[in-house]
Design a protein around this ligand. Structure first.
Ligand SMILES: Cc1cc2nc3c(=O)[nH]c(=O)nc-3n(C[C@H](O)[C@H](O)[C@H](O)COP(=O)(O)OP(=O)(O)OC[C@H]3O[C@@H](n4cnc5c(N)ncnc54)[C@H](O)[C@@H]3O)c2cc1C
Length: 451
């Protein structure tokens, strides 16, 4: 077994959380080693490059309500960012309408009987509203928007994303993601522009000219330039052992077993993986299974000719279509495809091991092309090449009851004060990039004097 020696801080995972932490800790004079299983950094926020086409794994826009985080990103990127207008639409009943829905225009997307049902069920829900706690996503939405809008608008897309009934999805997810508290508030916000709209409704965002992956790439390059941060790629963490006052981390690098010791460990790898890697005793398999993540499969298409749409994202709730969301990278930055060409990233929501996950790449591409053709968005003859990438841990699944399981996992881990959870994947918390960056900077700050 190869022994890498000792580090002060060992960071598991080289996504935004791990890299930002290493950047700040390195600048504060700490020795940091990062272990990342992929051949490149960035995790969910990486950009893949094929034949001159650049693809995020689902477009990543940067917005933040924390000015210090925006300033930090601008400094790291040396202002190599473009400001992009957000224009997202959803395909409902054969038509494209603004997403999130803009009322009262949104009513043109519904048939007359649907519009009546939406209004009547909203009135009914408003009259029946009481203080009972919301358990599921379904409870939360039906009480605030009525069953009509839930059935027609909220349920189809949400169930496509998560692959479980909305009655099994926790109300926490709705309260974090749906930022307008009722249909009346949605109408009011559409009619009168808010001074500081919630992040999900912001109409402009920042984007690196060469894709979101250039943010983690610059972070790690600047961290390494301190001379204190070491990056190990293709290094999969398999086991952690408390070793006196330190940790011994076992990982596999290019097939070879290796080990490194560290005084503190910062884990940004999936929580289910971490739980299995720790000496936690019985019940761990069950706990790990309960901390489930939803995956995505990205079908990436190189396309000849002009732009396909003007949208930032387009959403497709229809269950007969294989993809749930698409984006055209040149609408984010012109440099994302070679001149005269464009491209598409199609997101298929799926979980590791399920039926769609196990389809061959060829079949996924064929289905996606057939659906695009049916929608009259793109004919297959324009497609010059296609690639498929699978991401296992894209979204922590907030199933009803997840909070208890999460608390149990955190309590077990808290017995080791030198092991820290960090980031969206590591903390099992639905965080956007700005929150991940903020938490990473704060954790490095908190540990700064703890040598
Ligand atoms: C489809 C999609 C679209 C998104 N769009 C936006 C957006 O528009 N705006 C926004 O702000 N946020 C967006 N996000 C969220 C954003 O991607 C995350 O907040 C952020 O990238 C999380 O970073 P992280 O480091 O916490 O996690 P991750 O990026 O998951 O990092 C974890 C790292 O650990 C590595 N790893 C896993 N297992 C091991 C192991 N055993 N050993 C070693 N390494 C391991 C992984 O390879 C990965 O690099 C989006 C997310 C998804 C999935």
């Amino acid at each position: 077994m190869h022994n890498e020696g000792d580090a002060d801080l060992v960071v598991l995972g080289g996504g935004l959380a791990g890299l930002t932490f290493a950047w700040e800790a390195g600048h504060r004079g700490r020795q940091v080693s990062i272990l990342e299983c992929q051949p490149q950094v960035g995790g969910l926020a990486r950009t893949l490059v094929f034949n001159g086409y650049r693809f995020d794994l689902g477009g990543h826009r940067f917005v933040s309500a924390w000015p210090e985080v925006t300033q930090w990103v601008q400094e790291v990127m040396a202002d190599d960012l473009v400001s992009v207008v957000r224009r997202s639409r959803i395909h409902l009943g054969g038509r494209y309408v603004d997403y999130p829905l803009q009322f009262p225009n949104a009513f043109t997307a519904f048939s007359f009987p649907q519009a009546i049902r939406i209004l009547a069920s909203y009135l009914y829900a408003s009259l029946r509203r009481n203080d009972q706690p919301d358990i599921s996503f379904e409870d939360w939405v039906v009480r605030r928007f009525g069953r009509g809008l839930y059935d027609i608008y909220f349920r189809p897309y949400t169930e496509k994303v998560w692959g479980i009934p909305c009655a099994e999805l926790s109300a926490d997810w709705a309260s974090q993601r749906i930022q307008l508290p009722s249909l009346t508030a949605a109408v009011r916000s559409s009619l009168f522009r808010q001074q500081s709209p919630p992040a999900t409704l912001v109409s402009r965002f920042l984007y690196p000219t060469l894709g979101i992956g250039s943010l983690p790439e610059r972070i790690v390059a600047q961290a390494q330039a301190t001379g204190r941060v070491t990056l190990h790629l293709n290094s999969t963490v398999e086991r952690l052992e408390p070793d006196g006052r330190a940790w011994r981390v076992y990982y596999r690098q290019d097939g070879q077993e290796s080990t490194i010791a560290g005084r503190q460990v910062i884990s940004t790898i999936p929580l289910d993986t971490l739980v299995r890697a720790l000496p936690l005793g019985d019940g761990v398999a069950e706990l790990s299974r309960a901390l489930a993540y939803r995956g995505i499969i990205c079908v990436l298409l190189a396309v000849d000719g002009p732009r396909i749409s003007q949208d930032t994202w387009t959403y497709f709730p229809d269950h007969r279509l294989i993809f749930g969301r698409i984006h055209e990278p040149v609408n984010w930055s012109r440099l994302m495809a070679p001149p005269g060409k464009t491209s598409l990233c199609l997101e298929i929501f799926s979980s590791e091991g399920d039926g769609v996950w196990q389809e061959t790449d060829e079949r996924l591409v064929d289905c996606a092309l057939a659906d695009l053709n049916r929608l009259r968005l793109l004919t297959p003859d324009r497609v010059e090449a296609a690639w498929v990438t699978r991401v296992t841990h894209a979204y922590p699944i907030y199933r009803v009851g997840y909070a208890r399981v999460l608390r149990q996992a955190r309590e077990l881990i808290a017995r080791w004060p030198t092991l820290h959870l960090l980031g969206r994947t590591g903390e099992f918390e639905y965080l956007n990039m700005d929150a991940v960056i903020l938490r990473a900077l704060r954790l490095a700050d908190r540990l700064a004097d703890d040598r």
